[in-house]
Design a protein around this ligand. Structure first.
Ligand code: AGP
Length: 602
C-alpha cells in the first residue's frame, strides 16, 4: 500500500534513482506517483496514473537537488488524482512529505489547522504532516524538531519521509508501516522495501516502530522514540538486483511462475535429507510441539493455511485456519501451548500482523512463515520460517504460494508429535525432491494456452476440488479473478450440489482437480458428472489415474506424485490458465486494478 523511497548522495542521478526505486515499488500502488528534491528551495512533481505518466512530466521539467523523496500511491483517503498524489507540501512549499499508512486522527488535526487559516489542497490524511511541520518551523523550530513535533501528534500507522527547503537531510519515521534504510559508502537510501535500492547496496537497516532516521550527505543516524541516538544493526540481504528485473519476460508474473522450480529447490535446500529420511529446519530448533495450531493469513496465504490444517490433522495436531481480518472479531479461544502461525509472503500484511499481535497479547507463541527476511512478521514473531523464494514483484502471488505449500510440509514434519513414520516420510521426501522437476514438466506443457483459446468469452469460471485440492480450487479462482477481472469462484467439490450448481450452465466452464484413484477421487468424479450433465465444459486437472478423461472436455495433465505435492502441480496449471487468459484479455497482469502487493492497511 503505497511505496516510498528517498536518497541522498546520488548527485545528478538523484531523479533517476528515485524513479527507478519507484518503478520497483510500483507493485505497492499505482494510482499516482511523485517526487520532491530539496535544494535551496523544493522542486516537486507529481502526476495521477502509473509511473510512466510521472516520467513524462519529469522529462520536461528541470529538477535540481541531491536530496530527494518519492512516492507511488494506493488510494485510501481521496480518489486517484494529481491533487491527491504525494509528495504533499505546506502552503509555502517549504516542506514536502511522503506517507504510507493511515493517520487515524487526521480529521481532528485538519480541523485544527483549518481553524488557523491553513488551506488544504488535497483530500488525503497525509497532508496534515507538512502543515504541522510548517507551523513548528514558523514558531522557530529546527527542521528536526519540526518533524518530531509533527509526528508526536499523529495516531495511526505510518512510514513517513520529509524534506525541508534549505536542509540537506531526509527525516523519516516508522510506525506499523515498513521502512528500511540502505547504506552505501557515499550514498544513503530509504524505502518501503529493499528491492527499491538493491541496485546500489545490499546493506540495510530495518527501522523499528517508533524509530526516527536522518539521512545526510555525510552520514545517517537512527534515533529511538525519545530522541536518543541508537546503534542499529546493519544486515546484508541475500537478494540481488538481477532478481528484481523481468529477465526478458513480458510480465513479472510469468517470470515468477517460471522461477518456481528454482524457488522450490531453494526452499528445500539443506532442509530435507533423503539419506537419513529426515526434515531439519534450523530456524525452528527451539520450537516445541504445540497442543494446537492456529493459522492467520489473507488471500493466497490463507489458502496455504487451509492446506496446512489438513496436514496437521493428519499428524494428530488440532489446527484451524482463520482469515486474519476476522481473527480478532471472532474471539477464538487460545488453549495453552497453542502456536499461532502467520502465513504471509510479504510479512507486512496489516491484517495478519494485527492477528498475530492479538494472539501474542493473549500469551500465544507465534511463528511467521514468510518470504521476507527482516519483515515485520519475521521480527515480531517468536519464530520465523523463511520461504527463500526470492523477491516476488507481481501482485499475483505465484512462486510464494508454491513455496508456502512446501514450507508448510517442513513445518508439519517438524511438529509431528511422535517422530515421523520412516516409510511415510521417505515417500514425502521423494515427492518433495521430485517437485522442482515435476513443476518444470508442467511449465513445459502448452495445453493451458490452448484451453484458454477454447474457453475465451465464457460467462463465469468455476473451480472445484476436494481435500488438499480444495484450497487449490480457491486459489485457482482467486488468481483467475484477480488478473482477468472475470467472474471466478472456487468451491469444495462436494458443496456444488448445495447451491452453486444452480449457477452452472453450458457457458460456465468448470475446472476440476482430481488426482489418484481413491474414494476422494471417485467422489470428485461424481461431481464432475453432475456439472457435465448440466452442459458445462469440464477442464480436468489430473494425473490421469482417476480416468477422468471420459467425462472431461479438456485435460490439464500433471505428473503422478505424492498426494501432498500434487496440489502444487495442479496449482501451477491453474496459474498458467489465469495468466494466459489475462494476457489474451490485455489486462494489467502485474498491477491489476485496485490491488496492491503488500496490503499494509486493515
Ligand atoms: C495474491 O495473489 C494476492 N495478491 C493476495 O491475496 C495476497 O496473497 C494477500 O494480500 C496476502 O499477502 P501476504 O502473503 O503478503 O500476507
Amino acid at each position: 500500500m503505497c511505496g516510498i523511497i528517498g536518497c541522498v548522495g546520488r548527485g545528478e542521478e538523484t531523479v533517476e534513482t528515485l524513479l527507478s526505486g519507484l518503478s520497483t515499488l510500483e507493485y505497492r500502488g499505482y494510482d499516482s506517483a511523485g517526487i520532491a528534491l530539496a535544494n535551496g528551495s523544493l522542486d516537486v512533481v507529481k502526476k495521477q496514473g502509473e509511473l510512466d505518466a510521472l516520467e513524462q512530466v519529469v522529462a520536461t521539467t528541470t529538477l535540481s537537488g541531491s536530496v530527494g523523496i518519492g512516492h507511488t500511491r494506493w488510494s485510501t483517503h481521496g480518489p486517484p488524482s494529481d491533487r491527491n498524489a504525494h509528495p504533499h507540501t505546506d502552503t509555502e512549499g517549504n516542506v514536502a512529505v511522503v506517507h504510507n499508512g493511515i493517520i487515524e486522527n487526521y480529521q481532528e488535526l485538519r480541523d485544527e489547522l483549518e481553524r488557523e487559516g491553513v488551506v488544504f489542497t488535497s483530500d488525503t490524511d497525509s497532508e496534515v504532516v507538512p502543515h504541522l511541520m510548517a507551523r513548528s518551523l514558523h514558531e522557530g523550530a529546527s527542521p528536526r524538531e519540526a518533524f518530531r513535533d509533527a509526528i508526536s501528534q499523529l495516531e495511526g500507522s505510518y512510514a513517513i519521509a520529509a524534506v525541508v527547503a534549505g536542509a540537506d537531510t531526509i527525516f523519516a519515521v516508522r510506525q506499523d508501516s515498513p521502512l528500511v534504510l540502505g547504506i552505501d559508502d557515499d550514498a544513503y537510501y530509504l524505502a518501503s522495501d529493499v528491492p527499491a535500492f538493491l541496485e546500489y547496496t545490499r546493506d540495510v537497516v530495518y527501522l523499528e516502530d517508533g524509530q526516527f532516521a536522518e539521512l545526510r550527505a555525510d552520514g545517517w543516524t537512527v534515533f529511538d522514540h525519545e530522541g536518543d541516538e541508537t546503534t542499529p544493526t546493519v544486515d546484508t540481504v541475500e537478494w540481488s538486483a538481477e532478481q528484481t528485473g523481468k529477465s526478458g519476460y513480458d510480465h513479472f508474473m510469468l517470470k515468477e511462475i517460471n522461477e518456481q522450480p528454482t524457488a522450490l529447490r531453494q526452499c528445500l535446500s539443506g532442509r530435507v535429507d533423503e539419506v537419513s529420511g529426515g526434515v531439519t529446519v534450523d530456524e525452528l530448533d527451539d520450537l516445541d510441539t504445540p497442543s494446537a495450531v492456529q493459522f492467520v493469513a489473507c488471500g493466497t496465504s490463507y489458502h496455504a493455511a487451509l492446506y496446512a490444517t489438513t496436514l496437521l490433522h493428519e499428524v494428530g495436531i488440532p489446527a484451524n485456519a482463520y482469515l486474519a481480518s476476522e481473527y480478532a472479531t471472532t474471539h477464538p479461544p487460545l488453549p495453552n501451548d497453542t502456536l499461532v502461525v502467520g502465513i504471509t509472503q510479504s510479512g507486512e500484511t496489516a491484517d495478519t500482523l494485527s492477528a498475530l499481535r492479538n494472539a501474542e497479547s493473549r500469551g500465544a507463541e507465534t511463528l511467521a512463515l514468510t518470504n521476507v527476511v527482516g519483515s515485520s512478521a519475521a521480527r515480531e514473531c517468536d519464530h520465523a520460517l523463511y520461504l527463500r523464494a526470492g523477491p516476488e514483484i507481481g501482485v499475483a502471488a505465484t512462486k510464494t504460494f508454491s513455496s508456502q505449500l512446501v514450507g508448510v510440509n517442513l513445518l508439519v514434519e517438524r511438529l509431528r508429535p511422535s517422530g515421523s513414520p520412516t516409510g511415510e516420510l521417505r515417500s514425502l521426501i521423494a515427492g518433495l525432491r521430485d517437485l522442482p522437476g515435476h513443476v518444470q514438466q508442467v511449465l513445459d506443457d502448452s495445453t493451458a494456452l490452448e484451453i484458454v483459446d477454447e474457453l475465451f468469452g465464457a460467462e463465469a469460471f468455476f473451480f472445484i476440488g476436494r481435500g488438499l485440492h480444495y484450497p487449490v480450487a480457491l486459489e485457482g479462482a482467486l488468481k483467475f479473478k484477480e488478473i482477468t477481472y472475470e467472474h471466478a469462484e472456487g468451491f469444495a467439490a462436494g458443496e456444488l450440489k448445495h447451491g452453486p450448481l444452480a449457477l452452472v450452465t453450458e457457458n460456465t466452464p468448470v475446472f476440476a482437480i482430481v488426482t489418484g484413484d481413491d474414494e476422494e477421487a471417485r467422489k470428485t468424479l461424481g461431481n464432475i458428472k453432475e456439472v457435465e450433465a448440466r452442459g458445462a465444459p469440464v477442464v480436468a486437472v489430473t494425473d490421469g489415474k482417476a480416468e477422468v478423461e471420459r467425462y472431461a472436455d479438456y485435460v490439464l495433465e500433471i505428473p503422478e506424485t505424492h498426494e501432498r505435492t500434487s496440489p502444487v502441480l495442479a496449482n501451477v496449471q491453474l496459474q498458467l490458465v489465469a495468466y494466459h487468459m489475462a494476457a489474451r484479455l490485455g489486462r494489467s497482469i502485474d498491477k491489476p486494478r485496485n490491488l496492491a502487493k503488500s496490503v499494509t492497511v486493515e
